[in-house]
Design a binder for this molecule. Sequence first.
Ligand SMILES: C[S@@+](CC[C@H](N)C(=O)[O-])C[C@H]1O[C@@H](n2cnc3c(N)ncnc32)[C@H](O)[C@@H]1O
Length: 257
Amino acid sequence: MKSGQFPNLPHDPLDGLRAAPWPLPCEQLPKRAFAYQAPAGMNPASPPESPSAASLGQISALTLAHYAARAEEFEAGTRDHDVGQNIDALLRHISGTPPFTILDLGCGPGRDLKAFTARGHTAIGLDGTAAFVERARNTSGCTVLQQDFLALDLPAAGFDGIYANASLFHVPGAELPRVLGELRQALRPQGVLFCSNPHGSNEEGWNRGRYGAYHDPQRWQEILSAAGFALLELYYRPAGLPREQQPWLATVWRRGA
Ligand SMILES: C[S@@+](CC[C@H](N)C(=O)[O-])C[C@H]1O[C@@H](n2cnc3c(N)ncnc32)[C@H](O)[C@@H]1O
């Protein structure tokens, strides 16, 4: 594979930047939530190929540019999402005496930083989209790191919990074990990782201008287990709907020793 090319491109990665209307991302409303699923025609990546460093740079840059171009729209469309179920799922598994120090990985404009802060915890955001970092800082008052998921620089054992809501699916499958290893190191021993991602059939590639990996639930669990996490809880969202209308897989993990 030449540098700059990807194995499963259904279309030009710039399509989404040029033309596609922003599909309102919504964990709550099932019809819109399907905007996050793998599009028809996206091939399963098995096994995931390792993109070159240049390709990885392009994956991050184009995905972040896609969010940046729609920052206001994204914030307006997601500010009222009720993800309290996910926040509760993380917090109830953290042992020790609160307040806890929580990293919101891929915090976007900061909705959930405010929710953690309102519950008395110390929330720290991380996102690669500069416009989101600025909004998140301004609206939450929290420390917000501007970092790429593919080049993290986090303190060892610095967090009681890591909350990755709708964010880790942007990490290419070939890089996921390394990134998860870094998140594991950033958790204190027995710390807890929460993830919610659109699940699929292991498709991977460009989806309307954003790079995404859509793991099936079994493979997702295998990857996390291999990275040194023990499963605590698994559920599908939105709650109360038939499985075919639940595109989100939420999982909660304890850092192994
Ligand atoms: C679907 S949004 C989720 C935002 C927020 N967690 C929420 O639940 O609304 C994905 C977030 O991941 C961020 N992101 C995507 N790829 C990234 C990368 N390579 N490095 C850092 N942030 C990235 C985007 O900027 C965006 O804020």
